[in-house]
Design a protein around this ligand. Structure first.
Ligand SMILES: NC(=O)c1ccc[n+]([C@@H]2O[C@H](COP(=O)([O-])OP(=O)(O)OC[C@H]3O[C@@H](n4cnc5c(N)ncnc54)[C@H](OP(=O)(O)O)[C@@H]3O)[C@@H](O)[C@H]2O)c1
Length: 370
């Protein structure tokens, strides 16, 4: 198989190293952005050169961002080349469009590395579905926020924990996508389309991040013998999907509470396998490149599922801890007033939560499962 690689950064470099050790996979072209990056005779600044090379039958995209990644991947599929990408943001945004071209042209579009890095999560969900229907999934899918939440639970301030995560290379300098939950939301969308064969548009997924996590929220968690985790959750009940990204209070005795620092953990429930899950490296050049090359090795086998665009029904019910910036004294969902700015809600649907938080000034949302 002849391969073109787009982007030679943290992931792309490790992909090159692994591919160069595998005789049956021939990396023939590598797209870079600047002349100064060229350190390999296979490197080029021209995507057109790669696209028009008919010997190249697979493109790996590791550039990140929406553009030009989306256009390049689209053109590759239109030129009947298989595609493997690690770019969750681009894929979660434009999935249906790209999927339809891949189906039409009978080529693979694979994305294992997009969700939970090196963990073979997408592969395992596809394998489980050869026998079972998947009913639900949940997981810690963002290493940066899990690192911050671990350190905050140990007593560091949010700012200290974030800066430590950046120093240790777990967090980007601009960590908005991580701490506001957007990165986890892309992964939730890709997990939902794999497990439920339904693409939910990103903006339909409620997302609550940890940017405003305060000492008061942390104290509430400690006093309730719990620990806060940013969870991606998807449930399909009677064909109604509920997909969300919400900081969640989990019991100190649960498996999730033991998933510390940048580690990821993902679980699903299905008919006969019941609950199953994985714990592992959610990011990092080598684990992510491993997932990319696994996809490359699987690509000649065409595996396209029937995926439809669908709705996020948000009918799942739960209780929530809400900390207001400006208290709503007429909140219809109050079960208990905890302080001047915090309440515990009665059980309410995710839809009610999403609608309510759109029009009220709420600083921090936490699902309370205990
Ligand atoms: N790092 C991880 O652990 C990890 C894990 C899972 C998924 N991912 C995903 O994998 C993708 C790549 O991540 P990364 O960490 O490897 O990022 P990165 O280190 O920034 O690498 C991206 C590379 O692509 C290059 N690039 C960007 N636009 C280009 C263009 N138009 N033409 C040619 N080259 C271009 C960049 O060059 P410049 O630096 O010159 O812009 C950079 O060398 C992202 O979508 C990320 O979300 C990463």
């Amino acid at each position: 198989m002849k391969i073109g690689l787009l982007g030679c950064g943290v992931v792309g470099k490790e992909v090159r190293t692994i591919l160069d050790k595998k005789e049956e996979l021939e990396l023939v072209r590598i797209l870079v952005k600047e002349e100064s990056e060229i350190d390999d005779t296979r490197m080029t600044l021209s995507y057109e050169e790669i696209l028009q090379d008919e010997d190249i039958n697979l493109i790996i995209e590791c550039m990140g961002g929406l553009e030009p990644a989306y256009t390049y991947v689209k053109e590759a599929l239109e030129h009947h080349k298989h595609v493997v990408t690690s770019n969750k943001k681009m894929l979660a945004t434009y999935f249906m469009d790209l999927y339809e071209i891949a189906c039409k042209n009978q080529v693979s579009l694979r994305y294992e590395a997009c969700v939970a890095g090196g963990i073979p999560w997408i592969h395992e969900m596809n394998r489980v579905q050869r026998i079972d229907k998947i009913h639900s999934f949940y997981g810690i899918m963002n290493g940066t926020t899990n690192y911050i939440l671990t350190k905050v639970a140990e007593g560091l301030s949010f700012e200290e924990a974030l800066s430590q995560a950046q120093q240790n290379g777990f967090a980007e300098q601009d960590s908005t996508d991580d701490i506001d939950g957007y990165d986890a939301r892309y992964k939730g969308v890709l997990t939902a389309l794999t497990s439920f064969q339904t693409y939910i548009p990103i903006e339909e997924v409620p997302v609550y991040g940890i940017r405003s996590l305060s000492f008061e929220d942390q104290t509430y968690a400690l006093n309730h013998d719990g620990i806060i985790k940013l969870l991606v959750q998807g449930v399909q009940e009677e064909n109604e999907i509920s997909l969300s990204v919400i900081p969640t209070l989990v019991s100190k005795d649960s498996i999730l509470s033991k998933i510390t620092n940048e580690t990821n953990a993902v679980f699903m429930t299905s008919d006969t396998l019941k609950e199953s899950g994985y714990i592992g490296k959610g990011a990092g050049g080598e684990p992510t490149a491993h997932a990319v090359v696994q996809d490359v090795l699987s690509s000649p086998t065409l595996f396209q599922k029937d995926i439809q665009e669908g709705r996020n029904h948000l009918s799942r019910t739960s209780s929530f801890y809400l900390r207001f910036s400006t208290m709503d004294h007429n909140c219809p969902f109050v079960k208990e007033v905890l302080s001047e700015t915090t309440i515990l809600t009665k059980p309410m649907t995710l839809k009610e939560l999403y609608e309510y938080t759109k029009v009220n000034d709420i600083a921090f949302v936490m699902e309370v499962t205990q």
